[in-house]
Design a binder for this molecule. Sequence first.
Ligand SMILES: *Cc1c(COP(=O)(O)O)cnc(C)c1O
Ligand SMILES: [Zn+2]
Length: 417
Amino acid sequence: MTTAYELRCRECGRAYGNQPLSICEDCFSPLEVEFDLERARGRFTREAITAGPLNMWRYKALLPVAEDYVPTTPAGMTPLLSAPRLGARIGAKNLYIKNDAVCLPTLSFKDRVVAVALANAQAFGFDTVGCSSTGNLANAVAAGAARLGLKTYILVPADLEPAKILNTQVYGATLVRIDGNYDHCNRLCSQIAEKYNWGFVNVNLRPYYAEGSKSVGFEIAEQLGWRLPDNVVVPMAGGSLITKIKKAFRELVALGLVADKPVKFFGAQATGCSPISTAVKAGADGIEPQRPNTIARSLAIGNPADGPYAIKAIRESGGWAEDVSDVEIVSAIQELAETEGVFTETAGGVTTAVTARLYAHGRIKPGELTVSCITGNGLKTTDVLNGAYEQAVPVKPKMTEFAAWLDERTGELVEVA
Ligand SMILES: *Cc1c(COP(=O)(O)O)cnc(C)c1O
Ligand SMILES: [Zn+2]
């Protein structure tokens, strides 16, 4: 390799240098960014990282950007929270939450992938960028592109949550509502990217985009005091995040920043769109595409691009995948909020419900160090909680009135002076 990193075909290994391309011309397999780890060795050390900025760019030496790249978006470095109260409910004694519900600037882990993708869009000279999206990616691309002054076209399924639509349009992006699902949007984007020479972050820039997800894995290891967990539970849409957390752990081991140990990867999906978990449970290597029907719209990809690689990552690690119903998703959102003060969107409800089930079924043992990845913010999917809470008649601003109200509610006598 003559550069610090380059594109390689995941199947036939053909090298492509660096260019906006995501599929091998010989075998039509996905391309992946590969780093020259020996070359990174001197720059990717614990000391260099801790001296870096308090965001994902502290790991710049293993993110695909030029060595002199000056970051414009301080995404990442979200809290890793211990979760004892949720743990007590689900039988977990050593549970952590990686809280990307508060990832900046747009409150999902997609800010990480977009930061890397747009850096490359600029390097390749695109003046127009875009994406196909289930919502969070749309928000992140719109915000990131606004900051860089790029023109933006974003294709989404027409039935997306209103908050995710508004959170895209506010940044001035051109939103194209497509009368179809995510897979329709994505297919159309491939054709548009080629015809108009636009940089689509999850199409022709996809290999660079995907590397941004490694920062979740780097942060987990650093925040655990430079060690790997026993288990990671990760929500899956296209299946990229779970494979990249694994890649991050492998790179940390290869460069000697953490001790090697087995880590099990557990994938989480909604039953209404569960092509990856279905394959894992059935012992299949390939994906049977599904037509999504779930409130977990951010995970609603019926034909996941990285599905086979996610299956492999899960199986080789000795992990498992599960899927949960929409009813379970909503109650898990409430349970996480009530126990740990973290309000997540539907994807986080999926992860939380799946985490609980993995303990209940004994696939994760109570004392194992487990990280549950919360990837998005609940303020974007408040529609799923409509009607969940009673809005009582207002109480008059008088102590006697309040006491009477409390008395009625609790059935207890309250003394009024
Ligand atoms: C996109 C997304 C995911 C899944 O990411 P993939 O890499 O496509 O599997 C998980 N959670 C949220 C909130 C997302 O927006
Ligand atoms: Zn190939």
